[in-house]
Design a protein around this ligand. Structure first.
Ligand code: NAD
Ligand code: MG
Length: 396
C-alpha cells in the first residue's frame, strides 16, 4: 500500500498536535508532507525535525527567516514557505492527498477551500469555513470532487451514526428525524449570569473535559461553540434548523446522536480525546489505533443530560437565530464573535459582553445576503469585524 501524504495546517495547535500524535503511530500508512504555524516557531521547528516534511509554512515572514536559519542546520530537506498564499498552495499541491484543516478561525477559510477545490480528502476541524462560507465551501468541494470528513467530535460522531447512503447523497434523508448535538455545558454550566459577568479568561479557558485552544475554549464557555456547530451540522448534513437539537451532557462521553423515524437513536461514545475523531477520519473507512483507550461503562456509572439554558447562554440563541436567518448572518456572527472573544481574552470586555457585541453586529448586518464568493465572504467578515471593534470600544 502506498503511503498517503498529509498536510497538517495549524500543526502547532491543539488539533494539529493530536493529529501528529496519531500520524506518528502509523508511519507505514502516512507521510507528513507539510506543516504550518502562525507564530509558535519553536514548536514548528521541533515538529519539522521529527517529521521531516517537504514544506513548512509560516504565515509571518519574520518568523519564516528565523525558522529557515534553524532548519538549515537541523533539517535541511525542509523548504520553508511564507505567507497565507503558501498555505493554499500547499493545500492544493499535487503531492498532497489529505489536508487536515486545523487553523483556528477565519484565517483557515482560504486554505480549507483551496484543499476542497483541489479535490483533496479534507479533514475539517476549522468549522469556521462552513459557518462563514457554507455554500461557497461546499460548491468548491463538489466541483473539486473532494471528500470532507468532519473532525469536530460532534460531527464526527454524527457521521459515524449516519449510514453510508447518506454520505453518498442518497435519497433516504427522510429516514433521519433529528440530529442531536451534545454539549458539555463548559466550565460555567452551573454559574449564574452575575457570576459569569465577573469571569476571567483563565476561568473561561479551564474546560472541565477537553483541552483545546483558547478561542474555542471561550466559545465552549459561552456555548457559542455549540451554536457554531449547529450551523456546521446544517451544512455538513444538509438538515434544517428544526431537525437539529442541543442536549447538555456534562460528561462528554456521548459525542452526538442521530434519531431515526422508527424510534432508533444511534450514538457514538468515547473518551473526550480528539485523537478518536482524528484517527477515525485519517483511517476512514478503516479503523486505526489512535492512542485512546476504550471506555469502561461500569467505571463511568452514570451519564447525565439536561436542556440548554438560553437565558444564561445567549450566544447559543444568537447562533440559532443566525442559522434560521441564513444569508450573511452566520458569517457576520462568526466574525463579531472572533473579535469579541479576543477582546475578552485581552481583558477589554467582560464575559457576558461577548453576547452584547455579537448581538449588536448580527442586528445590523445579519439581514444581508450571503457572500457568493470567497472575496464577498471576506468583505462581509471585514465589515462585521469593524463594527464589532467599534462595539468593543464603546463598551470599554
Ligand atoms: P489552536 O489555537 O490550538 O491552534 C490554532 C493553529 O492555527 C495553530 O497551529 C496556529 O499556529 C494556527 N494559526 C492561528 N492563527 C493563524 C493565522 N492567522 N494564520 C495561519 N495560522 C494560524 O486551535 P485548536 O483548538 O487546535 O482549533 C483549531 C480548529 O479546530 C478551530 O477551528 C477549532 O474550532 C477546531 N476544533 C478544535 C477542537 C479542539 O479540541 N481543540 C475541537 C473541535 C474543533
Ligand atoms: Mg465540537
Amino acid at each position: 500500500m502506498s503511503r498517503r501524504s498529509v498536510a497538517v495546517l495549524g500543526s502547532t495547535g491543539s488539533i494539529g498536535v493530536s493529529t501528529l500524535d496519531v500520524l506518528s503511530r502509523h508511519p507505514e500508512r502516512f507521510a507528513v508532507r507539510a506543516l504550518s504555524a502562525h507564530s509558535r516557531i519553536d514548536s514548528l521547528a521541533q515538529q519539522c525535525e521529527q517529521f521531516r516534511p517537504r514544506w513548512a509554512v509560516v504565515t509571518d515572514p519574520l518568523a519564516a527567516s528565523a525558522l529557515r536559519e534553524r532548519l538549515a542546520a537541523t533539517a535541511p530537506g525542509v523548504t520553508v514557505l511564507e505567507g497565507a498564499n503558501a498555505l493554499c498552495e500547499v493545500a492544493a499541491a499535487q503531492e498532497v492527498d489529505v489536508v487536515m484543516a486545523a487553523i483556528v478561525g477565519a484565517a483557515g477559510l482560504r486554505s480549507a477551500t483551496a484543499a476542497a477545490r483541489a479535490g483533496k480528502t479534507v479533514l475539517l476541524a476549522n468549522k469556521e469555513a462552513l459557518v462563514m462560507a457554507g455554500e461557497v465551501f461546499l460548491s468548491a468541494s463538489r466541483e473539486g470532487g473532494a471528500t470532507i470528513l468532519p473532525i469536530d467530535s460532534e460531527h464526527n460522531a454524527v457521521f459515524q451514526c449516519l449510514p453510508p447512503f447518506w454520505h453518498a447523497g442518497g435519497s433516504q434523508a427522510a429516514a433521519v428525524e433529528r440530529i442531536v448535538l451534545t454539549a458539555s455545558g463548559g466550565p460555567f454550566r452551573q454559574w449564574s449570569r452575575e457570576q459569569m459577568a465577573r469571569a476571567t479568561p483563565e476561568q473561561a479557558c479551564a474546560h472541565p473535559n477537553w483541552s483545546m485552544g483558547r478561542k474555542i475554549s471561550v466559545d465552549s464557555a459561552s456555548m457559542m461553540n455549540k451554536g457554531l456547530e449547529l450551523i456546521e451540522a446544517h451544512y455538513l448534513f444538509g438538515v434544517p434548523a428544526a431537525a437539529l437539537e442541543v442536549v447538555v451532557h456534562p460528561e462528554s462521553i456521548i459525542h452526538s446522536m442521530v434519531q431515526y423515524v422508527d424510534g432508533s437513536t444511534l450514538a457514538q461514545l468515547g473518551q473526550p480525546d480528539m485523537r478518536t475523531p482524528i484517527g477515525h477520519a485519517l483511517g476512514y473507512p478503516d479503523r486505526l489505533h489512535s492512542g485512546v483507550r476504550a471506555l469502561s461503562l461500569p467505571e463511568l456509572g452514570r451519564l447525565h443530560f439536561e436542556a440548554p439554558d438560553l437565558l444564561r447562554f445567549p450566544c447559543l440563541g444568537l447562533a440559532l437565530q443566525a442559522l434560521e436567518a441564513g444569508g450573511a448572518a452566520p458569517c457576520v456572527l462568526n466574525a463579531a464573535n472572533e473579535v469579541a472573544v479576543e477582546a475578552f481574552l485581552q481583558g477589554r470586555i467582560g464575559f457576558m459582553q461577548i453576547a452584547d457585541v455579537n448581538s449588536h453586529v448580527l442586528e445590523r448586518l445579519g439581514h444581508e445576503g450571503a457572500g457568493e464568493s470567497l472575496e464577498a465572504v471576506e468583505a462581509l467578515d471585514d465589515r462585521a469585524r469593524t463594527l464589532a471593534l467599534t462595539a468593543v470600544a464603546s463598551t470599554e
